[in-house]
Design a protein around this ligand. Structure first.
Ligand SMILES: [Zn+2]
Length: 254
């Protein structure tokens, strides 16, 4: 699943279309089944924003298109035909037909590779505060983390988008390492200061990534390698109901 920063980048990429009445097409037959073109074509695009790991495209008439990219899903932007080709997708991951095309007067955006696309307005409200908000509402996140079952593990709670929106598996691992917090620690055995420090680390690291700064992983996907801080071997294990792989250093994450 793409992380929140990838979705924020996509939202930035689509800004040139905001304010325009867009032509909407669904070239991929599987995208066409959702009848988005019929309902959205010709409507004005009012806003594009990332909320957590969701991209929300608001159209006039009260329509909100919810695009939740899967592993390989992505948005590309190209100038319209007749001008320069723009970033035409050439890598194998982007072959085939885009699922959705939004065409404005100058540019067109294409959505590739089987996203979850739906028109709605409901479940968004159930998302917690976005870690990439400027500034992020850490107090509200802390309240949410205290409101949930305190027997839950920190690593599991940090992925719960209803508590904090935007943190995915990679940033969970990196952030908890930075905060020296084990993903297996129960919420009830953490202090507010520890949780706040981890949330601050998440906001900082993910903001830097959003701004295009490189990040070298300390624990994520580094099983068996040595911890850059203490030299212990990095471990991994499935966590939570979805059994997503947690990475941590048993030496310095208590
Ligand atoms: Zn360590």
């Amino acid at each position: 699943m793409p992380e929140g920063d990838a979705l924020h980048r996509a939202a930035r990429r689509l800004q040139p279309l905001v304010g325009e009445c867009v032509e909407v097409e669904t070239p991929n037959p599987r995208g066409a089944a959702r009848r988005l073109a019929e309902r959205l074509d010709g409507r004005r695009l009012l806003s594009v924003r990332a909320v957590g790991k969701n991209l929300l495209l608001e159209f006039e008439g009260g329509y909100v298109l919810h695009s939740h990219l899967r592993m390989n899903g992505r948005w590309t932007l190209a100038t319209r035909e007749g001008t320069s080709p723009g970033p035409v997708p050439s890598r194998p991951a982007l072959r085939g037909q885009p699922w959705l095309v939004l065409r404005g007067s100058r540019v067109e955006a294409r959505q590739w590779n089987g996203p979850v696309l739906e028109l709605h307005s409901r479940s968004i409200r159930r998302l917690g505060p976005d870690i990439l908000d400027a500034p992020p509402d850490l107090d509200a996140m802390l309240v949410n983390l205290r409101r949930t079952d305190q027997g839950r593990e920190v690593g599991d709670a940090f992925l719960d988008q209803r508590l904090v929106a935007g943190i995915g598996n990679k940033w969970k691992a990196e952030v908890l390492w930075q905060a020296r917090l084990s993903p297996w620690r129960r919420l009830g055995r953490t202090t507010d200061e520890e949780l706040r420090a981890a949330l601050e680390a998440a906001a900082t690291l993910m903001r830097r990534s959003l701004d295009g700064l490189p990040h070298r992983n300390d624990v994520y996907r580094r099983v068996g390698r040595t911890c850059p801080r203490c030299g212990e071997r990095i471990r991994s294990g499935g966590q939570g109901d979805a059994n997503r792989i947690a990475y941590w250093c048993p030496g310095c994450q208590v």
